[in-house]
Write a protein of this length. Structure first.
Length: 279
């Protein structure tokens, strides 16, 4: 029997009663989906889920995304991103972000499994973009309704800007920008299933707010970054090996804490690009 226990009032819940090795009934998957919509982030402890089971579980929620533009994948399973970090390969996800908002289709959900975790540290935080919107003044809500933001590769520029494989960083950066380009999104978004409004901003991938000069855009970006970094809207998860976490990438940001170096940390992630239950 599936049980759902809230971790904080606004975001995050732990689920018990899911067995991945025996297959999951459609009714249980629907219950997990409902819990995800209600809580934005779902945690399941000590799953012992295999990479293939991880992939099949992700497919039950919708169409999977293409292989990641920067990160490597699990051998033989290109749609599972392998996130390995240690002193020789420090992480670049230690900033608040919503995954891949610069792509044409913003992913619906991400499903992350802990394969190897440090003895101490390496937690992940998630933040509710619903709550960030709800806390805006009525005047700001009205003013922000008409604003749009440019999303681009953001911090991933660091990877493309390095000389590699006989190509200069400028050439690789041009190729990366041509491949992934930009996207324009409303600053105030509406969830396609719940209909709730949310603040559609993240500091890692929003490069400019349209209609403002650079100085005003940067000032508003600083305000939004600070406004959205409020502990009341967040949940923090201390990983154990085998833990699985699902989050609604449309209405959350997350931050992978990089306090564990030089220890090793390995996570597997599958991204679901389309929500098959959304009408």
């Amino acid at each position: 029997m599936l049980t759902v226990k809230k971790i904080t009032p606004k975001i995050g819940a732990e689920i018990q009663g899911v067995c991945f090795s025996k297959g999951i009934e459609i009714s249980t998957l629907d219950d997990i989906y409902k819990a995800l919509l209600d809580n934005l982030v779902i945690m399941i402890r000590n799953t012992k889920i295999s990479p293939k089971e991880h992939l099949e579980f992700a497919k039950s929620f919708g169409e999977l995304d293409a292989p990641h533009p920067v990160y490597p994948s699990v051998d033989g399973l290109k749609q599972i991103v392998k996130l390995e970090n240690d002193a020789e390969n420090p992480p670049d996800t230690d900033a608040w972000h919503t995954d891949l908002t610069f792509k044409k289709e913003q992913p619906f959900a991400s499903i992350l499994v802990a394969r190897k975790v440090p003895k101490v540290g390496g937690d992940t935080l998630w933040s509710s973009c619903y709550s960030a919107y709800d806390r805006l003044s009525e005047g700001m809500k009205k003013d922000f309704e008409t604003l749009k933001c440019i999303h681009d590769m953001g911090d991933f520029r660091n990877s493309f800007a390095l000389d590699s494989n006989g190509k200069r960083g400028t050439e690789r950066l041009d190729e990366g920008m041509a491949r992934f380009g930009h996207n324009i999104r409303n600053l105030i978004g509406i969830h396609p299933v719940t209909g709730r409004k949310f603040l559609n901003f993240n500091e890692s991938f929003v490069s400019h707010i349209i209609g403002l000069n650079m100085n005003d855009s940067n000032s508003l970006k600083t305000f939004l970054t600070n406004h959205m970094n409020k502990p009341d809207d967040q949940v923090r998860w201390k990983w154990e090996e085998g833990d699985l976490v699902i989050w609604d990438n449309r209405v959350t940001m997350h931050y992978a804490v990089a306090d564990y170096l030089p220890e090793y940390r390995c996570m597997n992630r599958v991204t679901v690009i389309k929500d098959k239950r959304a009408k």
